[in-house]
Design a protein around this ligand. Structure first.
Ligand code: GNR
Ligand code: NI
Length: 159
């Protein structure tokens, strides 16, 4: 495994659409493991998408620290969105900023796992929040693009 550089706001790649993964080969598995290492290292993020390490492929990882642990999503589709929650979000690619974003309270998501097996799950609250945030990355959308007007705040000064 290896740490990868996190792409930050201002790099146009973050606004591009990621392409589906056609074959889960060793390169993709290494990508996922490197993403996980980078996520856990970089201030313990709770999710990371491939585009954040500069790879325009439709996969992400989440780990909100609950009983699921790390979950890898390949070619995910959110098939149901229910209710609403107001979430305070940050992003590894937007260091030093926080904002409020309206998200569905509950979602249903389908994806492939790292063995290529399809799985589906319901998610609520923080897990739904995190999956929606990562899913947006696959379509080139950052949380600041969806922020409630006036809610963007600077946190600590980071360079
Ligand atoms: O670490 C992260 N924290 C976070 C907090 C609230 C909502 C979403 C997130 S995801 C973010 C890591 C990240 O940038 N993933 O793309
Ligand atoms: Ni993010």
């Amino acid at each position: 495994m290896a740490l990868r550089n996190i792409v930050t706001e201002g790099d146009p790649i973050l606004h591009k659409t990621s392409r589906p993964i056609e074959e889960i080969n060793d390169r993709i598995l290494k990508l996922l493991d490197d993403m996980a290492e980078t996520m856990y290292y970089e201030n313990r993020g709770i999710g990371i998408a491939a585009v954040q390490v500069g790879v325009l492929r439709r996969c992400f990882i989440v780990d909100i620290g609950d009983e699921h642990g790390r979950i890898d999503f390949i070619n995910p589709e959110i098939t149901l969105r229910e209710g609403e929650q107001l979430c305070t979000e940050g992003c590894l690619s937007v260091p030093g900023k926080q904002a409020d974003v309206k998200r569905p309270f509950k979602i249903h998501v389908k994806a492939l796992d790292r063995n290529g097996n399809p799985f589906e799950m319901d998610a609520e609250e923080l897990l739904a929040n995190c999956i929606c945030h990562e899913y947006d990355h696959l379509d080139g959308v950052l949380f600041v693009d969806r922020a409630e007007p006036g809610s963007v705040v600077m946190t600590n000064a980071e360079e």
